[in-house]
Design a protein around this ligand. Structure first.
Ligand code: ADP
Length: 377
């Protein structure tokens, strides 16, 4: 507890934009997030008052950081399970627990557990040697079991030579069928230690080159029955895996089915729209969940909400400050979130959210706003 305010102290490991936006939500609850950041220039380190500089792989740094926190949580999944267990043994409440987080850290363990639970997943297999891939059948999708993000660590394998080359790198892999997906969806739920769950409306996520560029809430044209099914699936998984905090379930929609692609146990890019687009933002919901507060309402605040990611554009052009100026002049309704990150081509540096009634118009405005910030034109 923060002795100055009588309100809880939550520590978040990792100083990225997710911690930055969680800090923003913490402020409304009278709190101030403690952040463990590798650099003083990280997004959240630039804004939080209580920043500890240190590595998430250094147990001593983690222990010093966690001391005095009412709950410790994460902005990424890279903290080793043994370190989390050590904190748990110290009596720190760590959410999600090491036993739950493993299923978001390791794609092999995740696929195994989902298969055991009877959740719909693409046909898959662990890879130890070339025969595991050729025997599985090509073309296929190979994935690094750990460390991948934004499409890094995912390979669309066409032939044996590519498979051979990948195996030679020594990367720990799974292989799975290339799903004939119609589109990608995401189900976001939160669960508290008490066991209360809250589910957000199902969204459509649009990917380009493995990176999410746009999120549409609610997912256009999704039959109510399928939306309910997806929400129930996410709730069942959160409960079965013992998740505390947010669980994002990335889904593939095929012509007649839903399949689970990925799990994340933290605020997720597919939920940034909730800051303005839902009664309770995912960031506040995550804090409520890890503090065992009752969950907040997840209903939409407008018929259509679209979030577009802002990626670093090509170098040169007008400054980011001028771009914001032009955007505000053009569209006073566009909501801008910049993460205070150095611009590098392709890097997520912010997002914009637009609310409205007409899907085509709201999508066009969000895309236009993101392009303005990204390219300056
Ligand atoms: P990351 O962990 O990098 O986000 P994902 O497993 O989510 O990796 O894969 C990135 C993207 O690659 C997905 O959003 C999807 O577009 C595509 N993809 C992944 N697996 C498959 C698959 N089995 N079939 C078809 N497309 C896939």
């Amino acid at each position: 507890m923060d002795g100055r305010t009588g309100l809880p102290l939550v520590g978040m490991v990792g100083g990225g934009q997710l911690a930055r936006m969680t800090h923003q939500a913490a402020i409304s609850l009278g709190q101030s997030l403690r952040v463990l950041s590798v650099s003083a220039d990280d997004s959240a380190a630039l804004v939080a008052a209580d920043v500890r500089i240190g590595s998430h792989t250094d147990l001593t740094a983690l222990r010093e950081f966690a001391g005095g926190c009412d709950a410790v949580t994460f902005d990424h999944e890279h903290v080793p399970g043994d370190h989390i267990r050590a904190l748990e043994k110290d009596g720190i409440k760590v959410y999600p627990s090491a036993d739950a987080l493993i299923f978001a850290q390791d794609k092999g363990r995740m696929r195994e557990r989902l298969s055991e639970l009877g959740a719909p997943v693409p046909r898959w297999r662990r890879v130890r040697e070339l025969a595991d891939i050729t025997g599985f059948g090509l073309p296929a999708v190979a994935k690094a079991t750990t460390g991948g993000y934004d499409g890094r660590g995912v390979w669309m394998l066409q032939d044996e030579a590519q498979a051979q080359e990948l195996i030679a790198t020594g990367t720990s892999l799974i292989v799975e069928e290339r799903v004939p997906l119609r589109r990608e969806l995401a189900a976001l739920v939160a669960r508290s230690p008490f066991g209360q769950v809250a589910a957000y409306p199902i969204v459509e996520t649009v990917q380009q080159d493995g990176i999410c560029v746009e999120v549409i809430a609610p997912a256009p044209g999704l039959p109510e029955q399928r939306a309910l099914e997806a929400q129930q699936l996410a709730i069942d998984l959160a409960t079965a895996l013992g998740v505390v905090g947010l669980l994002a379930v990335e889904l593939f929609e095929t012509d007649d089915d839903l399949m689970v692609n990925e799990l994340a146990m933290r605020p997720h890019n597919s939920g940034h729209w909730t800051i303005e687009g839902a009664r309770t933002s995912q960031f506040e919901q995550h804090l409520r969940a890890v503090l065992d507060y009752p969950m907040g309402a997840t209903t939409l605040t407008a018929p259509v909400v679209v979030m577009a990611n802002v990626l670093g554009g090509p170098p040169g052009g007008i400054s980011i400050d001028e771009r914001v100026h032009h955007l505000f002049a053009e569209d006073p309704g566009a909501r801008v979130h910049l993460y205070g990150k150095q611009v590098r081509p392709g890097r997520k540096i912010g997002h914009v959210t637009v609310l409205g009634d007409d899907l085509a118009e709201v999508r066009a405005r969000a895309a236009r706003a993101a392009k303005r910030l990204q390219e300056g034109i």
